[in-house]
Design a protein around this ligand. Structure first.
Ligand SMILES: Cc1cc2nc3c(=O)[nH]c(=O)nc-3n(C[C@H](O)[C@H](O)[C@H](O)COP(=O)(O)OP(=O)(O)OC[C@H]3O[C@@H](n4cnc5c(N)ncnc54)[C@H](O)[C@@H]3O)c2cc1C
Length: 480
């Protein structure tokens, strides 16, 4: 932090109070580096406002004095989007203390919440109101709804409920300069001009500060069936997805691909995690269907509930057709939690596994199998010992195609990383995919974005940025 400009600190304290301004003497390290400890920045101060009016005052002050503002929520983002640069001319604006639930409207099935609310708390608040907030990711205990909105987060339940953007009814946004855009509507239809809300969702803090949002709520699925199945290959996963979707009438809550290397890397870091099946098959899926109708839980004469019967009958047919090799269906909440533990601990196990190329791509479902095969062949040609952890939300065509260094470490891995990325992005382009499905662009993929989007698209993005942030003070160096 820059102690040559003590007046900035004093001025900020004047705006938000002493306790809301963390200086060099405070422990600010966790705010100034990212979740992977890959990016490190500096700032005049970390400022933690409690109200929209305080955010507006900070934005007016920053605009007047040409100070960069970098918004941050839970700092769990993967793209370095919430880390300031090293210039020191930034305010790290943490929204964590703006964490009030302003309103729950059960009749409208919506809630209006402040940006710093932790995702898991919002799930709990919805449940206490007898409803369901379906946004769900492994970082739910520490990510904030503001960060989810900033990145247009996806997660485990997109296959049924859509991304954060689809869950958003209204927003409150503070612009550089301090103007507040009050768009906190609970309306499901509103065709009054350009949809500014959709512009700010996924803008990664480069256009304005999201201070509050009105989010959609749903009836809670009360009957669930969760299964882990070893499958023939990626093609079988896509076929199984469509069969479960058809048999359940669109009740798929989650559908995740889990290849063998995911399990090998996971059990290295977390040996106590329960193995879902006796052996580790090359390709697997974790899937869940759910109904809001409690009658789906009632065990019938066949000894099975309707929800479980749907899962059983799809798996049986898929087994006969050679799509499924082995499977287990959770028979209790504890067994369900154990299956989900496998999936939800995977990101952390990759962090612990050391060097890796992390990715987040989307493909048309029709291209997933060919993409996967080309990637496996290409990676093996570069280094057959690399652990191929291409996993994730295959239900919506989203793969985290992570490539983890060989077991025991690989001193040459860094030299292989550019080739692996070239292979990945080459195949994403070949099969009509996207370089970012849900993690955003941040600083990690900014240069790649410029390569895959046409000049006309990039220039349009730059025009929007210049209109809202002419001095480039809002989270510069991110996205474009
Ligand atoms: C274990 C683990 C699992 C994960 N799984 C998933 C997953 O399944 N799906 C997924 O999509 N992501 C996943 N992520 C990534 C991450 O959790 C999401 O990107 C999340 O939405 C970030 O929220 P955050 O509050 O931590 O935001 P931060 O990391 O603090 O910020 C992310 C971006 O949003 C901007 N931002 C933050 N708050 C605001 C605001 N109030 N207004 C404007 N801009 C803002 C920041 O400037 C930055 O650019 C995972 C991360 C971890 C660690």
């Amino acid at each position: 932090m820059d102690d040559r400009k003590p007046n900035i600190i004093d001025d900020l304290i004047g705006l938000v109070g002493n306790k809301a301004v963390l200086q060099t003497t405070d422990d600010t390290a966790s705010y100034l580096s990212d979740w992977h400890d890959r990016f490190h920045g500096s700032a005049h101060a970390v400022v933690l406002p409690e109200t929209t009016a305080q955010v507006a005052a900070i934005m007016a002050y920053a605009d007047k004095h040409d100070i960069i503002v970098v918004p941050q929520g839970g700092n769990t983002g993967f793209m370095g989007g919430a880390t300031p640069d090293g210039s020191g001319n930034s305010i790290l604006l943490s929204l964590r203390r703006m964490n009030k639930v302003r309103e729950i409207d059960t009749q409208n099935m919506s809630m209006t919440v402040e940006a710093g609310c932790i995702l898991q708390n919002l799930q709990d608040v919805a449940e206490d109101a007898g409803l369901y907030f379906p946004l769900n990711l492994a970082a739910k205990g520490s990510c904030t709804i503001g960060g989810n909105l900033g990145t247009n987060a996806g997660g485990l339940n997109v296959v049924r409920y859509g991304t954060t953007r689809a869950l958003t009814l209204g927003l409150e946004v503070v612009l550089m300069g301090g103007e507040v855009l009050e768009m906190l509507s609970g309306l499901r239809k509103d065709n009054t001009g350009y949809d500014l809300k959709d512009l700010f969702v996924g803008s990664e803090g480069t256009l304005g500060i999201i201070t509050a949002a009105t989010m959609r709520l749903f009836p809670k699925p009360v009957a669930l069936s969760t299964a882990f199945a070893e499958i023939r290959d990626v093609d079988a996963a896509v076929e199984l997805l469509h069969r479960v979707q058809a048999a359940s009438g669109g009740m798929i809550e989650a559908f995740e691909l889990i290849p063998a290397d995911i399990l090998h890397v996971l059990f290295e870091s977390f040996p106590d995690i329960q193995r879902p099946l006796a052996t580790i098959g090359p390709m697997n899926v974790l899937m869940e269907i759910g109904s809001t109708n409690p009658a789906y839980n009632e065990v019938g004469g066949n000894g099975s509930s309707p929800i479980r019967s749907i899962m059983e009958s799809v798996l049986e047919t898929a087994f006969e057709d050679g799509l499924v090799i082995d499977a287990t269906i959770a028979s209790s909440d504890a067994q369900r939690d154990a299956l989900w533990d496998v999936r939800e601990s995977s990101p952390e196990s990759h962090k612990r596994a050391g060097k890796l190329v992390r990715s987040d791509v989307a493909l048309p479902q029709s291209a997933l199998s060919a993409f996967y095969a080309d990637m496996v062949a290409g990676v093996k040609a570069i280094d057959p010992k690399i652990r191929i952890c291409g996993y994730g939300h295959i239900g919506d065509g989203n793969l985290h195609f992570n490539l983890v260094q060989a077991a025991g470490g690989d001193p040459d891995f860094d030299a292989k990383a550019p080739k692996l990325l070239e292979l990945l992005y080459g195949n994403v382009t070949k099969y009509g995919g996207s370089i970012s499905a849900e993690h955003g662009i941040g600083q990690v993929k900014r240069d790649q974005l410029a390569k895959v989007k046409s000049p006309a698209i990039i220039n349009t993005m730059k025009s929007i940025k210049a209109a809202l942030d002419p001095k480039n003070l809002m989270n510069p160096g991110k996205v474009i």
